[in-house]
Design a protein around this ligand. Structure first.
Ligand SMILES: Nc1ncnc2c1ncn2[C@@H]1O[C@H](COP(=O)(O)OP(=O)(O)OP(=O)(O)O)[C@@H](O)[C@H]1O
Length: 886
């Protein structure tokens, strides 16, 4: 025997060889030739066996180390029959005793063998290890590597029904019916053949590995008979659609790459771990029962490289996904990445070769949406980068608060303090501050008011500024209701200590408001969200935080419902249109001009920027729309008692049946109008017709109860924007959404509390009022009494140092005024102010005036920057602590 490995001689006992011979003969019906050869081996015959490190493809002889005391039937062979499936590499030749009777290369092929007919001779030289037959208990050949043998006819395999492992790759096979007689077949490699049909033979009992890659399959069929398959490779074929695989409930690895598949379909409920669909023609995501990756609840890896995908929506419902490869597709929208933000286990994504990769902020958006990302486009994502992105888009409560504190400090420093206003440095304040911290809708405002009424002498309620509209008169003293412009002007002027955004509105607590407790023996009590409270805390560590929440989720939900929705009055429900109104609401018209409402609409309110969203009073002769104050949308809706609500306020919404009877704007009797929708379709309507389609997009969300629609007017055409299905929602849905938001916030706050022990001085339940008020009172006592220098803060205005500063500033101003006056006097003397004719300014005067203004400005600046002279010392008197009777 020849070999290409290192040869060694082993003495094999007769009984062993007889056994080998016998078992192989009985089990495999070897040819006579083979039998003869085996029977010529007698006692003490020396057989060449080979240790070979190369693959078994060349069917080299392998050694069997029988061991000194081993005898035939009692031989121990690892991996007894049926256990192979449990091992990692069940047919790994390097771990097992392997047998081959002859070397394939030594065979002189006869005519039929050369023609591609598989014979026992070839099989004997290509078989490898033994295993015990479950039928006879004798050892039989189980592994057959028949790769690259130019095979066309493998019918002889039908006589070897113990084969478990069969490698038939790189042959010319078209028909494999004979495999139907191998009931124990587990591993089948038929890659690189000419197969046109998939698994066209009787299903073995436990086939687990199937490789049909590089064949000519153009379609699939129902292969549910082969239910035991775990690994299925169908790559490099011509398959156009995925069918017939759904019943393979043990299938874990499916390779369909390099085919002509256009749709991801018929994969529902499969337990795949690994799916390779690269190099196909998958284009778009379609909605449907059997399309997409629905209910693939085990999937870990998907490869969709080199397809034609434009959207990532298809990945929405794969909770377990860890790796997503989608190179060289047509992704052009960064927004698409938001589809991945629910995939909590996704750690590796590859978008190389897509247009989005070249977009600004690609990296940030990726990192933001794939929160656990570790490998992006083949490169490790640096944790610092991740942290930076997280701080930018989704900072932790602490980070957000610190950023906000830093911003407000920065703004304060940019702005000179206003002269004469006693601005108390917040960070050095001794004024006790108690902040009730909680989510919106937790009823803390009510509790706060009760607390202030309980201790009118010792508690001052801090009033914040807000851009949200006032709901009713009870809110009069709760906030300073401010326009957005004024609010942000104040913010930029550094007047706020905190700024928070809640449900699209801004809330700020001003330095000035804080100053109002100066000189009073009181504590300042206010309510805020967590970010605002932490900002105050960051600036003044003496701020006492109190977590104020309803005691249970159920009660919290109930409070939210009471606050944001009046269910009693909402008799008949109604559709809510979430309209995203652009800043210039005037550009929009509300479609249903007249809305007939039922009786229950007394509390309907118009909110938002609709004041000028008027429908035209009438049309002029030339078709122009004429507006008047009377026709403004606000007055119209007020008179008609229509329900138009800002979605973002979501409060006191009273719904009722609303009938849209007229289209948007008044058309002259009998005349008709047309509206062009997004998809280009047109809607014609005349006076009296009702319109039920709706849409809109962008910026501020508004709700419109009743089916109405909003359009953008552009000269002659009126276009309806957006897509109706996206924006319509019922009022109940809107309430659900806000409840979910707030309850989520509740969880975050509670976690924050448990993660930061000691941060909150007290926790109170807003639904247990008397206990809560007692706790607050005790806290108040502690706050006020334990402030050692409380009195000196109250004496601030009497502080001589403070007076010295003010005096100096006044002196500077005085100098400034004097210098202005003398300059004016000088010019007056020089007669530069007036023309001979009288009271008209000359250009020279204007110039002089400018000079005066400039001088004034620079004087004022220097006056304001005046620092405390070194010899003036702050002399805080520590007077006795005011008596507090609580
Ligand atoms: N200056 C501020 N900074 C930060 N958050 C603030 C500020 N003023 C008010 N808030 C918070 O804004 C949120 C919304 O205010 P709003 O008045 O709408 O609340 P609410 O729903 O009435 O609250 P509650 O039901 O707890 O009384 C509340 O959580 C409130 O505490």
């Amino acid at each position: 025997m020849t070999s290409n490995g290192s040869a060694r001689s082993v003495t094999v006992g007769t009984s062993q060889l007889n056994y080998l011979q016998a078992s192989t003969l009985t089990a495999n019906s070897f040819s006579d030739e083979c039998t003869e050869e085996a029977s010529t081996i007698t006692e003490e015959t020396t057989v060449d066996v080979v240790e070979d490190e190369e693959s078994s493809e060349d069917s080299v002889d392998y050694a069997i180390d029988w061991g000194p005391s081993s005898s035939g039937p009692d031989l121990y062979l690892p991996g007894a029959w049926g256990t192979q499936g449990l091992e990692e590499h069940p047919w790994d030749d390097t771990k097992r005793p392997v047998v081959t009777f002859r070397n394939y290369k030594d065979l002189e092929l006869n005519q039929s063998e050369s023609g591609g007919v598989l014979s026992d001779r070839i099989m004997a030289s290509c078989s490898t290890y033994l295993d015990k037959s479950p039928e006879s208990g004798k050892y039989v050949l189980c592994k057959m590597v028949l790769s690259k043998k130019s095979l066309v006819d493998i019918r002889v395999l039908g006589f070897h029904h113990h084969i478990q492992y069969l490698d038939l790759s790189w042959n010319h096979l078209k028909n494999v019916e004979a495999l139907g007689q191998l009931p124990f077949l587990m591993y089948l490699d038929l890659s690189h053949n000419q197969m046109e049909t998939i698994l066209d033979f009787k299903a073995p009992l436990n086939l687990t590995y199937v490789n049909y890659s590089y064949n000519t399959l153009s379609s699939l069929r129902d292969i549910s008979d082969f239910w035991s398959i775990v690994y299925l490779d169908l790559s490099h074929n011509y398959i156009e659609s995925i069918i017939g695989l759904q019943e393979l409930r043990f299938l874990r690895h499916l390779n369909l790459s390099h085919n002509a598949i256009r749709r991801i379909e018929n994969l529902n409920n499969m337990k795949l771990l690994n799916l390779n669909l690269q190099n196909n023609k998958i284009e778009s995501y379609e909605e449907g029962d059997d399309v997409g990756f629905k209910t693939l609840n085990y999937l870990l890896q998907i490869n969709l490289d080199y397809n034609e995908l434009k959207s990532l929506k298809v990945f929405d419902g794969i909770p377990t996904l860890q790796s997503l490869k989608i190179r060289d597709n047509y992704l052009t929208e960064l927004m698409e990445l938001t589809a991945l933000n629910q995939l909590n286990f996704l750690t590796e994504v590859d978008f190389r070769g897509n247009p989005i990769v070249d977009m600004d902020q690609y990296l940030e958006v990726c990192i933001k949406n794939v929160r656990r990302i570790t490998i992006l486009d083949g490169e490790f994502v640096n944790p610092e980068k991740k942290m930076a992105v997280q701080n930018k888009f989704d900072p932790s409560l602490y980070t957000a608060a610190l950023k906000s504190a830093a911003t407000s400090l920065f703004l304060q420093h940019l702005n000179d303090p206003v002269l004469g206003v006693p601005i108390v440095p917040f960070d050095n304040s001794y004024v006790p501050i108690i902040v009730l911290v909680g989510t919106p809708g937790s009823n803390k405002t009510k509790l706060l008011k009760q607390f202030c009424e309980l201790h009118p002498k010792h508690v001052i309620m801090g009033v914040s500024h807000t851009t949200r509209p006032q709901i009713d008169d009870t809110e009069k003293n709760t906030y300073y209701f401010t326009s957005s412009e004024d609010f942000w002007q104040m913010a930029h002027d550094g007047e706020f200590l905190t700024v928070s955004q809640i449900f699209g509105h801004s809330f700020g607590f001003s330095q000035k408001e804080f100053g109002k407790t100066v000189g009073q023996p009181c504590a300042l009590v206010l309510h805020m969200d967590m970010k605002g409270a932490l900002t105050l805390r960051a600036k003044n560590s003496k701020t006492q935080l109190v977590l104020a929440m309803p005691s249970t989720r159920e009660i919290h939900t109930q409070f939210i419902c009471e606050k944001y929705y009046n269910e009693q009055k909402n008799a008949s429900g109604g559709a809510t249109l979430v309209v995203n109104c652009p800043e210039k609401a005037q550009d929009f018209l509300i479609a249903s001009e007249y809305i007939v409402l039922n009786q229950n609409t007394k509390n309907s309110q118009l909110r938002g920027d609709f004041a000028n969203t008027g429908a035209p009073e009438e049309l002029s002769e030339t078709g122009e729309e004429i507006y008047s104050e009377k026709s403004s949308r606000k007055s119209r809706f007020n008179t008609l008692n229509t329900i138009l609500l800002c979605y973002k306020h979501r409060r006191k919404a009273t719904s009722s049946t609303a009938y849209s009877t007229y289209p948007t704007f008044q058309t002259r009797a009998g005349s008709s109008r047309s509206v062009t929708f997004l998809d280009g379709s047109e809607l014609n309507y005349t006076k009296g017709s009702s319109i039920s389609e709706t849409v809109i997009d962008e910026n501020e969300p508004l709700s419109v109860l009743s089916k109405t629609f909003v359009m953008q007017k552009k000269e002659a055409t009126t276009t309806v924007l957006g897509a109706a299905s996206d924006v319509w929602t019922t009022q109940t849905d809107a309430l659900k959404a806000i409840t979910t938001d707030i309850l989520k916030m509740r969880e975050t706050y509670l976690h924050f509390h448990s993660d930061n022990p000691g941060l909150f001085s007290e926790v109170i339940f807003t639904d247990e009022e008397s206990t809560a008020l007692t706790k607050l009172t005790n806290l108040l006592k502690n706050c006020i009494i334990r402030q050692p220098n409380v009195a000196s803060a109250y004496q601030y205005k009497q502080d001589s140092a403070y007076q010295a500063i003010i005096a100096t500033r006044l002196k500077c101003m005085h100098t400034e005024i004097n210098s202005e006056m003398s300059l004016g006097q000088k010019q007056l003397n020089e007669n530069k102010f007036y023309t001979p004719k009288g009271r008209q300014f000359t250009s020279q005067l204007k110039k002089s005036k400018k000079e005066i203004i400039d001088t004034m400005a620079s004087n004022r600046k220097s006056a304001l920057r005046y620092k405390l002279p070194k010899d003036v010392k702050l002399n805080r008197k520590t007077s006795s602590i005011p008596s507090i009777d609580l």
